[in-house]
Design a protein around this ligand. Structure first.
Ligand code: NDP
Length: 304
């Protein structure tokens, strides 16, 4: 039997509707909408698409958004100056520096310059610390979205064994913290983990955030497990599409369009083993954007 789909697009719609209602209420109460500014350094094509999606989603629900585009040749001092200006701007509630920054740039110093009360990505050490301590603060959008996806599909976390593949500051580590806070028993894996597939097979809930296309195959998945796929990769060529999708409507679609996205999970090899599976696209991606909007609303509510 095929895995049930964890429909991230649908959960994201619900969250956006909830946020939109509160944005309206805030606008009436304080006379201005929440304000979000994204700083983009350079022209990374994926980043350009991501920030366009974020800006559109914000505008649609009444959050005022703007983008500051700085050239790739910008100095750290110039970026810090832009952050400082936004820190001072009373009408800006959320500041987001789009990652990755151009090679060689010290992202730590730049992320730490953001006012923690405007840090809607939740990457400032102040908010990272709050999450680790179980105190309220801004939680990184992707793992926060995954918790919503699980909760709103009535997937219990308490007492379950959750295995997180990946230990990045953006996904893996905060994911582990959130699962722990929800009383799961958590194992975090990374590139030095021995016998990764066997560890993963112990999971009731498996979160794949390794950044390796289709790496998670049936050997990684206990029958019936919940599998959340965080990765995003372009499919390259028909042979790869056939391997990943098998003879399915997705292969037909790839043939028509010539492009497709896939995650860290191998869809053809996992879909009949997992109990639940988040698709790519339409799984975690839309939730990341929805949670950014919710964090921006939270920032505005706290500041007004
Ligand atoms: P990073 O590259 O920062 O981290 C990857 C992690 O996976 C590292 O901890 C690394 O281990 C581990 N890893 C890499 N290869 C292996 C391996 N062969 N075996 C075991 N562990 C391995 O990636 P991110 O966390 O930023 O992102 C992960 C994926 O999620 C990417 O595909 C990214 O594009 C996607 N993403 C999607 C988002 C969305 O909205 N859907 C948002 C953010 C990311 P080590 O620490 O030892 O190097």
């Amino acid at each position: 039997m095929s895995a049930r789909i964890l429909d991230g697009a649908q959960v994201a719609r619900q969250i956006r509707a909830e946020v939109a209602a509160e944005v309206k209420e805030l606008q009436q109460r304080v006379g201005r909408p929440p304000g979000l500014t994204v700083i983009l350094v350079g022209e990374d094509p994926a980043s350009v698409v991501y920030i366009r999606n974020k800006a559109r989603a914000a505008e649609k629900i009444g959050i005022r958004s703007s983008v500051i585009r700085l050239p790739e040749t910008s100095t750290e001092a110039q970026i810090l100056a832009a952050v400082q200006r936004l820190n001072q701007d009373a009408e800006i509630d959320g500041i987001l520096v789009q990652l990755p920054l151009p090679r060689g740039m010290a992202s730590d110093a730049i992320l730490e310059a953001i006012d923690p009360d405007k840090d809607v990505d939740g990457f400032h050490p102040h908010n990272v610390g709050r999450l680790a301590l179980g105190r309220s603060g801004f939680v990184p959008c992707t793992p926060a979205g995954i918790v919503e996806l699980l909760r709103r599909n009535d997937i219990p976390l308490e007492g379950r064994h959750a295995v997180v593949l990946g230990r990045s500051n953006i996904v893996g580590k905060p994911m582990a913290q959130l699962l722990l806070a929800a009383h799961a028993t958590v194992t975090v894996c990374h590139s030095r983990t021995r016998d990764l597939a066997a560890v993963a097979r112990g999971a009731d809930i498996l979160v794949a955030a390794v950044g390796r296309k289709g790496m998670v195959t049936e050997e990684f998945v206990r029958p019936g497990a919940v599998v959340v796929d965080v990765g995003i990769h372009p499919v390259e060529g028909e042979d790869e599409a056939r391997d990943l999708f098998g003879d399915s409507p997705r292969l037909e679609k790839f043939r028509e369009k010539g492009t497709a996205l896939v995650g860290d999970v191998h869809p053809r090899r996992v879909r009949d083993v997992a109990g639940w599976l988040s698709p790519v696209p339409g799984g975690v991606g839309p939730l990341t954007v929805a949670l950014l909007l919710r964090n921006t609303l939270q920032a505005a509510q706290q500041r007004t």
